[in-house]
Design a protein around this ligand. Structure first.
Ligand code: ADP
Ligand code: MG
Length: 612
């Protein structure tokens, strides 16, 4: 891509050359940036800001509104106004915590499939909703440079797993963007500060306090390779908590009757709380009225409210340092990211904790997008000296005998990467082999996250142990994984590829594009019940088999197992989905420690060969 020249009068870019854009798709705010004449810049949406609130409102007239206007509907139209959609990206129902109380409706379905959100009579996936935000950003940048864009780099938190990255990529696709690269947010923030653009070796901390989340990442950068030494954080800690603390402070102070609080007063209080927080960054007091109510808060009171939040982040920083096995004195730089790090009190506390100046020259809510634009510029071929590589955040492997995790790509491997291992069969004449792919650091696959599975079919009949099956993991530069299995001995090249089970196929994508209007039916409920029943029946069978195969079980444990099994059978006959899940959970909780003992016994047996 050639350099762009800007006509200053018009503020428009003249040359019709292809531009790759950088996008920070945030939980609270999103924004887009480009490199212009060698300099990264965010695209402004008005005189003062480039931040687009990550909020989507479905208006009565069928229009979809994204950004500041949608934010005004948050309290008044909670069921039609979607925020924090990033929290749901790549998540299945089973992943959602109890904490998840968003104002809108999340459809309760079985545990394995992806979450959907119900607005009116229509179901939307988080991918579709994120795509609405991306479409808006695309429109903003196209209006500014006066030409269409089709390629982008999008940032995600360092801890995002494969499903979450894939979902982000799919959202881009749905918005008509080719996502060339998914980049870790702390990596992007470092790039914005020029860290990693030269050949020096550095260890840095990226402290990111946004609207709803806190992330601390410790990175080591060597020859343009970004290694995530550790990440910690809290997915429910951020500027929103500060706003809520101010609201509560006023409610107490002015004895506002909660019962009489209507949605417009609630909305007003929310707006004024955020305004107070921002004002107090440069002023000693904040005053405002809502109707006859006079609100006031001093910097001293404000500081008291934010202190516990800062304390929490510092505790998490300590954990991240411990995990990375370094001290604060080993850090070369501290980079502050996220709108909430504009608070002066926070900056000085963090600087004190790390024992050095913190980097704040760039706008903390823009650094990630600026870094994304720099990465985009590198991909466009404008910055040939730079080689940027990322690293896998979590280990990847497959399930082997006894439910054990066999790691093929360890965490913190440089990507792109191809790694493989050989396996064999455990039964004579075995024709099929199931390969289940997991992500995580625990020894038992049950504690890790399943990414997908496939069956290698038509293995020619051979005695157990003879087939030579190689399983390869290939991770591309975006951290997206493909798995291939191949039986080598028989020369019948059987090769299978899988993507994450949460990735969308071309057909699914096409279908989504065509009918983003799916109608609510009872189907989901029925499906959830059927799936719970299937799972429950499987557990009953497994329990019977377990008792049969493990003669060492004590009588009292056996009796309890049988009792819990019968309770489950009872619920399978007449309970609803929740009853069945409850009975399964009770049985599982009781049997888990016993299963672990059994597993230890199996592992001892299996240590001779690596059978699947
Ligand atoms: P995210 O990365 O979560 O999308 P941002 O980095 O854009 O979010 O941060 C948004 C948060 O920053 C909001 O809670 C907002 O109120 C807060 N914020 C913005 N400016 C200031 C300021 N001057 N002082 C304190 N908080 C601020
Ligand atoms: Mg952010």
């Amino acid at each position: 891509m050639a350099k762009i020249s800007i006509n200053m009068k018009e503020g428009k870019i003249n040359e019709q050359k292809e531009i790759i854009i950088g996008i920070d798709l945030g939980t609270t705010n999103s924004l887009v940036a480009i490199v212009n004449e060698g300099k990264p810049e965010t695209i402004k949406i008005n005189d003062s800001s480039s931040l687009v609130p990550s909020i989507i409102h479905f208006a009565d007239n069928g229009k979809v509104v994204v950004g500041a206007e949608a934010k005004t509907k948050l309290i008044t139209h909670p069921l039609h106004t979607i925020f924090s959609i990033k929290r749901l990206m790549g998540k299945s129902y089973g992943d959602l915590s109890q904490k998840q109380s968003l104002g809108y409706q999340i459809i309760d379905d079985s545990t394995e499939s992806l979450v959907k959100i119900k607005v009116g009579d229509t179901f939307y996936s988080p991918i579709e909703l994120s795509a609405e935000i991306l479409k808006e950003l695309k429109k903003i940048v196209e209006a500014y440079i006066d030409q269409p864009v089709s390629k982008t780099v999008i940032t995600v938190p360092a801890y995002f797993n494969d499903a979450q990255r894939q979902a982000t990529k799919d959202a881009g696709k749905l918005a008509g963007l080719n996502v060339l690269r998914i980049v870790n947010e702390p990596t992007a923030a470092s790039l914005a500060y020029g860290i990693g653009l030269d050949s020096s070796t550095k260890t840095i901390a990226v402290y990111d306090l946004g609207g709803g989340t806190f992330d601390i990442s410790i990175l080591r950068i060597e020859d343009g390779v970004f290694e995530v030494l550790s990440t910690h954080g809290d997915t429910y800690l951020g500027g929103d908590d500060i706003d809520n603390a101010i609201t509560r402070f006023w409610i107490d102070q002015y004895k506002i009757d909660m019962d009489q609080m209507d949605s417009s007063l609630r909305q007003e209080l929310r707006i004024k709380s955020e305004e107070a927080k921002i004002t107090l960054s440069d002023n000693d007091t904040y005053k405002a009225n809502i109707g006859t109510l006079n609100l006031e808060i001093s910097k001293i009171d404000f500081t008291k409210l934010v202190t516990p939040i800062i304390d929490k982040t510092i505790e998490l920083c300590k954990k991240a340092l411990k995990d990375a096995e370094i001290n604060t004195s080993d850090l070369d730089q501290i980079v502050l990211v996220g709108g909430s790090t504009r608070i002066p009190e926070l900056q000085s506390r963090i600087s004190d904790f790390f024992g050095q100046q913190v980097f704040t020259e760039l706008n903390p809510d823009e650094v990630v997008a600026l870094g994304a634009a720099i990465q985009a510029d590198v991909l466009a071929g404008n910055n040939k000296d730079v080689l940027l590589l990322d690293i896998t955040p979590l280990s990847l492997g497959i399930e082997t005998v006894g439910g054990l995790m066999d790691v093929i790509v360890p965490r913190n491997s440089k990507i792109p990467i191809k790694a493989g291992r050989n396996y064999t069969t455990s039964v004579d004449g075995q024709k099929n082999l199931k390969v289940s792919v997991f992500q995580g650091e625990r020894d038992l696959v049950a504690d890790n996250r399943k990414l997908g599975e496939f069956i290698l079919k038509n293995i020619p009949p051979m005695p157990a142990g003879l087939p030579k099956i190689s399983i390869h993991f290939i991770i591309d530069a975006d951290g997206i994984l493909r798995v291939k299995a191949l039986e080598e001995r028989s020369n019948t090249e059987t090769e299978i590829e899988i993507k994450s089970q949460y990735g969308l196929s071309e057909e699914e994508m096409a279908k989504m594009l065509l009918d983003s209007m799916q109608h609510a039916t009872e189907d989901m409920k029925i499906k959830a019940l059927i799936e719970a029943r299937n799972e429950g029946n499987g557990i009953v069978l497994a329990t019977n088999k377990f008792i049969e195969q493990n003669g060492w079980l004590e009588d009292q444990d056996k009796t309890e197992l049988l009792k819990l099994r019968d309770q489950l059978i009872h619920q399978l006959k007449q309970g609803d989905k929740d009853d069945i899940n409850g009975a399964m959970e009770t049985l599982n909780t009781f049997s888990r420690p016993l299963a672990e003992i059994a597993l230890d016994k199996n592992v001892a047996k299996a240590l001779h060969g690596k059978d699947l």
